[in-house]
Design a protein around this ligand. Structure first.
Ligand code: DAH
Length: 340
């Protein structure tokens, strides 16, 4: 039995040295010192011995046990320490490492252009209102004096939803909504999406944006229209641009005009941007037709007004030198990021 104890101690020493993890050490502890362990086995069998022998062997067995326990204790401390060290290394943070830069989004060029247009009109005292993209046929056409035979009502130009509802083809129905809900004086712009059944090409998109404007008050004349829109053009394109108004026709204004600005690229000499003419058309406008005012029950003897509407894409293309409208809707970040 002495030999056996010797053997247990040697084996324990060998095994404990090899242990690498806490689990290894625990396994050894159970195997040697546990209830069914080798040492316990010996201690149990000592009952058969004489008192002298039992005392001697008991002493020795206890020493062996103590020695194994000490070795295990050291081992536990060592493997626990190693585990903690490994964790530290794995979780190490280099606080001097430069941070990862967050990429900030950019505003879409159409949004930028609407913001810019809105800023100019707000500085002149206009407020901004919103209208729905799904409109009634009445607001989009009838109330705007576009009678039942007006070509714009054609099924080929308009996305009809039902017989009486459609995707608005222009922001002008916001004029109707405003006139029906507000008393003059009115000074409002309304930017938003419009829709027409157009096949996409470099200058057409079935979805596009307009900014509508409406001013109604006592004594509003064509001079107010011209002064306001000339000031707008100068603030948007630069103080050097000139404006000119050409007679035109819209069902909801009388008289109607289109406003051109002198080419801000070549100053009017003629270039690729203005197609050699020196002028660029940027909006439609006119004095609000009495039939439109009447829809809003505005007293047409007392009040007059002017209205205007511009295509945002066209202005954005001119301002930023974009030559294809489809670029705005392809969601190519290489394009969008240029407008930082
Ligand atoms: N709604 C017109 C269009 O889509 C633009 C327009 C012209 C709006 C004259 C107006 C206006 O308010 O007075 O072509």
């Amino acid at each position: 039995m002495h030999n056996q104890l010797e053997k247990i101690l040697n084996e324990a020493n060998e095994q404990i040295q090899k242990a690498v993890t806490v689990l290894d050490a625990e396994e050894i502890r159970v195997r040697l010192l546990g209830k069914k362990g080798a040492l316990t086995e010996i201690l149990r069998s000592m009952g058969k011995l004489g008192p002298e022998e039992r005392k001697e062997l008991g002493l020795k067995a206890n020493n062996v046990r103590n020695e194994i326990e000490t070795m295990l204790e050291e081992k536990f401390a060592q493997v626990k320490n190693a585990a903690r060290e490994a964790k530290f290394i794995m979780e190490k943070i280099d606080v001097t490492e430069p941070g990862v830069e967050m990429t900030l989004g950019v505003k879409h060029p159409i949004t930028l252009t609407i913001d810019e247009i809105s800023r100019v009109f707000m500085s002149m005292g206009f407020s901004i209102s919103d209208g729905p993209e799904v409109e009634t046929v009445f607001n989009n056409f009838d109330a705007l004096n576009a009678g039942p035979n007006h070509p714009a009502r054609d099924y080929s130009d308009t996305f009809y939803i039902t017989e009486n509802t459609l995707l608005r083809t222009q922001t002008s129905p916001v004029q109707v909504r405003t006139l029906m809900s507000t008393e003059p004086p009115i000074m409002v712009i309304s930017p938003g999406r419009c829709f027409r059944c157009d096949t996409p090409d470099a200058t057409h998109s079935p979805m596009f944006h307009q900014v509508e404007g409406l001013v109604v008050d006592e004594g509003i004349t064509m001079a107010d229209l011209k002064g306001t829109l000339d000031s707008f053009a100068k603030q948007l394109f630069g103080p050097q641009v000139k404006t000119k108004f050409r007679p035109h026709h819209f069902p909801f204004t009388e008289p109607s005009a289109e406003m051109d600005v002198s080419c801000f690229k070549c100053g009017g000499k003629g270039c690729r941007v203005c197609k050699g003419s020196g002028w660029i058309e940027i909006l439609g406008c006119g004095m609000v037709h009495p039939n439109v005012l009447k829809v809003g029950e505005v007293d047409t003897e007392r009040f007059t007004g002017f209205a205007f509407g511009m295509g945002v894409e066209r202005i954005a293309m001119l301002k930023y030198g974009v030559d294809d409208i489809r670029l705005f809707y392809e969601n190519d970040m290489r394009f969008i990021n240029q407008f930082k």
